[in-house]
Design a protein around this ligand. Sequence first.
Ligand code: DI6
Ligand code: FE
Length: 408
Amino acid sequence: MATLSTTRVWRNCNLATMQAGDEPYGIVEDAALVVEGERIAWTGLRVELPERYASASHEGLAGRWITPGLIDCHTHLVYAGQRADEFEQRQQGRSYADIARAGGGILATVRATRGADEDSLLQGTLARLAALRREGVTTVEIKSGYGLDLATELRMLRVARNAAGTSGMHIVTTFLGAHALPEEYRGRADDYIDFVCDEVLPVVAHERLADAVDVFCENIGFGLQQTERVLAAARDHRLPVKLHAEQLSNMGGTALGARYGALSADHLEYLDVSGVEALARSGGVAVLLPGAFYFLRETQRPPVAALRENGVPIAIASDCNPGSSPFASMQLMLNMACVLFGLTPEEALAGATRNAAQALGLEAEVGTLAVGKRADFVVWNVEHPAQLAAQFGPNPCYRVVARGDTLI
Ligand code: DI6
Ligand code: FE
């Protein structure tokens, strides 16, 4: 039980609780929020603050807004090197897929990451996490997938795990061994899938280095049968699954993932109505990644109207990676999700809080301002939460609190 000495009252604030309901953004104006230890103990109108909190420490917020801590539910932010040369080539007309087929793309980052030691990987990772944290992110998912050999995949996942303590953020890890075919397996994709399922995943599972398993199901990634083998292996290890699906073509990965109870299907530009319906039936989240759409100058937009009509929860994430989305900014993603994909600011913010929590299976812990949830929240210098998606540049972040501790 938390005692009054660890109780803190945040008052003279407005809450965007992001709880689903009648009130847009779950707004409570002229509110207070009480934290006991690491948890939210009370939220409501300031005038209704229970007497028992009168003697706790108070911080007045002068009418600022509080939202749940932002959640970036899809990143590849452990990596070495950078790929500005490929951007140069793409601006001269070469395609992302062409560069990948010629051994660049993901494989360029694999070469750099295999050559990087744990400490230098950690430093790069912490710098990107700090950028996200400055803008209000408290929970981040990080994937492996730039190792594609046992030692480097394990190293990436360890770095991601270690980054949690130093950054003070909640880090969730995903094993993405099936991200690309490494050079040494060229022409032997099925053998590589054997290696991922039989030699890498068991170690990852045994060392508890991953919270979920992901596959890049795509014409430049892995086909449906190969994808299914990884999903089945994950199930054998009792790990939840998610997919990169329908990013560059419609392969049916989303429907396959739905059959395996995938937490989410991510990207989805080429998703068709039957895929949307499969996702709706399975209860999975649609994770949209506007940074990759923007940076690759895609023109096919994800089927937002069909997702809405079928009641599929929509999350947004940065996809932070050196090739297709070199952006460590959820504020930028909020804006891009609105301008590029047509989300409303409220949908975008729900996508970076409540629905992102669900995409990670963490909806009982984080994602809304609710009693009993982890005290992860952000205090913003804004006049209305819509401003978080409607502007970019002046960072309105005033405080970032994770597990009741002030990080910023
Ligand atoms: N899709 C993506 O957007 C990232 N991985 C994936 O499967 C891109 C990774 C990269 O280009 O390095
Ligand atoms: Fe990705």
